[in-house]
Design a protein around this ligand. Structure first.
Ligand code: 4NP
Length: 149
């Protein structure tokens, strides 16, 4: 099973989601992350994301930002999008129904109709990053349970 986490810049939310998910799944699962924009390509995650993960004993410091590519739709089985703009962008890159079926909102599995998006902490502070971490941790746990069904 190959899982791709996607946000806008691939320096805050999806690197955290990747790091968290890797701690929850067995090693034969592949987890990666990407962004819908290439603005931060090649950069390590935002320092605040690195620190927040480290506070929970997760090391995401070696990740590098990359934009999503067409190949990702072949390689990955599941593509989880952090918010609706990201979902719309990713869906617009799909070529067929098989690819479309791989794409969903990260928080959809939680079944909460109101809170469907992981808020972008980029313009916030460490408290926002910690809140996003907690939300991602819950989402990753729910996804793990769904995948093992
Ligand atoms: P992310 O956060 O999508 O969670 O990685 C952002 C990072 C950078 C920008 C926006 C959001 N930016 O506009 O540069």
């Amino acid at each position: 099973m190959k899982i791709l986490m996607v946000c806008l810049g691939n320096i805050c939310r999806s690197p955290l989601a990747e790091g968290i998910m890797k701690t929850k799944l067995p090693e034969d699962y592949m987890v990666d992350s990407a962004g819908t924009i290439s603005l931060h390509e090649g950069e390590h995650p935002d320092k605040r994301a690195v620190k927040t993960a480290a506070n929970h004993d997760i090391d995401i410091s070696q990740q590098r930002s990359r934009p999503i590519t067409r190949k990702d739709f072949e390689v990955f089985d599941k593509i989880y999008c952090m918010d609706i703009d990201v979902l719309d962008d990713v869906v617009s890159k799909t070529k067929n129904e098989e690819e479309r079926q791989k794409v969903s909102l990260f928080l959809e599995v939680m079944g909460d109709r109101k809170n469907t998006e992981v808020p972008d902490p980029y313009w916030g502070d460490m408290k926002d990053f910690e809140a996003v971490f907690q939300l991602l941790d819950k989402g990753c746990e729910a996804i793990k349970n769904q995948l093992s069904k």
